[in-house]
Write a protein that binds this ligand. Structure first.
Ligand code: UT7
Length: 332
């Protein structure tokens, strides 16, 4: 999008849905060989929320989207784009976005998914911004939604301590005053690192089978230490790129909202960006890693608590399986 005068699109309104059921570190101590102390020290996570039966992504997404519509005064009929980022859709076909479109009643929307693992929300915002700039749509809901508990192996202590469920959403529309809005976006991926975080079976190459059930290869697998290293590197790159593209330095940023994957990754990212932790939003203790939902959930908390108000400059940075990473700078 270089060459176009920014900002031409803004994020307006936010919403979130967090399932009520809590899975604490103490609960996990009863399931796998781990301790609250280990989890807290290595990840910063104390508890995560888990969807109950019936709390589908479509249901949770509807609630988050209705909050966005209420905050913006946009009617559901006016929504003409619906972009969903998820790695744990309710079903594989049709897209999660189409199932959410039906539940929400967004009859005039073009609905589709973006798939960039934990970076999906940032990818979705960038796609929505492009739809606004290209005149394809006027009101695009962007949703990050996960029910990771359904693809997490609760026999695997290396992953089950990390993930939680939830949904966050925002609306992308034309900048209302030509000042507030998306100042830059940056997207990157490296497919050579795909085997660091993946689900082996259940797709077309290895369809569901008895072997899959026996080997539990339907569940998410991760090379934690390797992911950690690349995460630190890619989050640093994402910070640098978004700021350079926005023509800003980190001291001009009011708040950094990083993907909530691990407190140590967040601290390393903040250090690289030169942002003191009091200008970094952290809620990982409560929710764990909710993948594509983590940034929009955090954004909603910040907006509703007044931490992000009119004029605030916010840097959002994510990374995830793929490997994917990306960032955006927004003037709220
Ligand atoms: O959104 C992107 C998703 N992924 C991530 O962001 C994950 C990034 N990676 C991480 O957050 C960290 O690598 C983990 C939290 C997953 C693991 O922390 P670590 O400090 O990298 O630990 P490690 O894998 O190097 O394991 C250290 C030790 C091992 O024992 P030995 O071999 O030293 O005896 C593990 O077996 O800790 C052991 N371990 C555990 N111990 C208690 C691994 N998981 C656990 C556990 N409880 N849950």
């Amino acid at each position: 999008m270089t060459g176009l005068k920014r900002p031409f699109a803004e994020m307006a309104g936010t919403g979130r849905y967090i399932p009520a059921k809590v899975l604490s570190n103490a609960d996990l101590e009863k399931i796998v060989d781990t301790t609250d102390q280990w989890i807290m020290e290595r990840t910063g996570i104390r508890e995560r929320h888990i969807a109950s039966e019936g709390e589908t992504i479509a249901c949770m997404g509807e609630i988050a989207c209705r909050q966005v519509l209420e905050a913006t005064g946009v009617s559901v009929e006016e929504v003409d784009g619906l972009v969903v980022g998820t790695a744990s859709p309710d079903r594989l076909l049709p897209s999660q976005a189409c199932d959410l479109q039906k539940t929400l009643g967004a009859v005039n929307a073009a609905a589709f998914d973006v798939s960039a693992a934990c970076t999906s929300f940032v990818y979705g915002v960038s796609v929505a911004e492009g739809m606004i700039a290209g005149g394809t749509a006027k009101n695009v809901l962007v949703v990050g939604a996960e029910r990771l508990s359904t693809i997490t192996d609760y026999n695997d202590r290396g992953t089950c301590i990390l993930f939680g469920d939830g949904v966050g959403a925002t609306l992308v529309r034309a900048s209302s005053d030509g000042k507030r809005g998306i100042l830059s976006t940056y997207l990157k991926s490296d497919g050579r690192l795909g085997d660091l975080l993946y689900r082996q079976s259940g797709g077309a190459n290895e369809p569901p089978s008895e072997k899959m059930a026996k080997e539990r290869s339907y569940f998410l697998r991760m090379a934690g230490r390797e992911v950690f290293k690349h995460a630190v590197r890619s989050m640093a790159d994402a910070c640098d790129q978004a700021l350079t593209r926005a023509g800003l330095t980190s001291d001009q940023v009011d708040l950094l909202i990083p993907h909530q994957a691990n407190i140590r990754i967040i601290e390393a990212t903040a250090k690289h960006a030169g942002m003191p932790m009091d200008r970094v939003y952290v809620n990982i203790e409560k929710y764990g890693n909710t993948s594509s939902a983590s940034i929009p959930i955090a954004l909603d908390e910040c907006v509703r608590s007044g931490r992000v108000g009119p004029g605030a400059v916010v840097l959002m940075v994510g990374f995830g399986g793929g490997f994917t990473w990306g960032s955006t700078v927004v003037r709220w």
